[in-house]
Design a protein around this ligand. Structure first.
Ligand SMILES: NC(=O)c1ccc[n+]([C@@H]2O[C@H](COP(=O)([O-])OP(=O)(O)OC[C@H]3O[C@@H](n4cnc5c(N)ncnc54)[C@H](OP(=O)(O)O)[C@@H]3O)[C@@H](O)[C@H]2O)c1
Length: 268
């Protein structure tokens, strides 16, 4: 029997991509899964997929930028299952645009969804996860570990999530709560086709990803390993750790040069 059998999980961004796939994997390991998102139809479909594994699912429709809606989703999860063991914050959106061209309200929206969305869910989940000595997991990004041109705002929102979770890991240690961050490179999900441009609207033709795109299954593997091993961090790909270490060692010299070639300055 899996170590996670019978655990109760709430996943923000559970209606699509990494969040949905993580819900299905956790369900296959015997977890009961509540899924949070705005799209009711997609949530119901994801819940049906979860329940094919013989566990219970729950759709908790909510907008993560609204703290009260997130609280209601956490409360609904605890009301149905009696407990909450694991929170996975996966709700997010991507923006690819050079910073000086980006509209400020678009920048604010990225922070609202990616940072405040994770922060609200975490804040409301903490009292419940403390009771079960469970896990808080954030899906960040490699752009939250190293500045990448044209991902300034997206990266900033992920740096913020990582910073919050780094501190929480220490703050909640005495309560035996596991706090971990998963930082993937590009993953093959619908996020790719909905990337926001500088005006905050999705690109008509999204720019091609500048690096390899990894299958969602690989990302879910990292998330599960992080939860089961109660690890602090997981990277996708694993060798990103070595590259980041080398980048630090050269004071950013090698990374800056490589990134400047891949992301030439915009023509004015
Ligand atoms: N795909 C990648 O290349 C990649 C790489 C690194 C990190 N990530 C991170 O991984 C996480 C999941 O992304 P994904 O690739 O799985 O993207 P996705 O397939 O587009 O899923 C995004 C999820 O976030 C939810 N969401 C967005 N705005 C929301 C809001 N205001 N309130 C509630 N839910 C909201 C969406 O649900 P609704 O539309 O139903 O609201 C959806 O379930 C994100 O945090 C992303 O930044 C992705």
């Amino acid at each position: 029997m899996s170590a996670l059998h019978g655990k109760v999980v709430l996943i923000t961004g559970g209606s699509s991509g990494i969040g949905r796939a993580t819900g299905e994997r956790l369900a296959s390991m015997g977890c009961h899964v509540a899924l949070l998102g705005r799209n009711r139809e997609a949530l119901d479909d994801a819940v049906r997929a979860v329940e094919t594994h013989g566990v219970q699912g729950l759709a908790t429709p909510a907008d993560v930028t609204d703290s009260e809606q997130v609280k209601a989703a956490v409360d609904a999860t605890v009301a149905k299952f009696g407990r909450l063991d694991i929170l996975v914050c996966s709700a997010g959106l991507s923006m690819r645009a050079y910073f000086e061209r980006s509209k400020l309200d678009a920048c604010e929206q990225v922070m609202r969804v990616n940072f405040f969305g994770s922060m609200y869910a975490t804040w409301h989940a903490i009292p419940h996860v403390k009771k079960t000595h469970g896990s808080l997991v954030a899906v960040s990004s490699l752009t939250g570990k190293r500045g990448i041109p044209s991902y300034a705002l997206y990266g900033a929102s992920k740096f913020a999530v990582t910073g919050l979770y780094e501190a929480l890991r220490v703050e909640l240690r005495r309560d035996k709560v596991h706090v971990g961050v998963v930082s993937p490179a590009f993953v093959d999900t619908p996020l790719r086709t909905n990337v926001l441009g500088p005006d905050g609207k999705p690109w008509e033709t999204p720019p091609a990803p500048p690096f390899r795109v990894w299958p969602v299954r690989k990302c879910v593997d990292r998330i599960i390993r992080l939860i089961v091993g109660r690890k602090r961090e997981a990277l996708l790909p694993g060798f990103a750790g070595m590259l980041l270490g080398f980048d630090k060692l050269t004071n950013g010299f090698v990374g800056d040069r490589m990134l400047a070639r891949r992301f030439p300055p915009e023509k004015s």
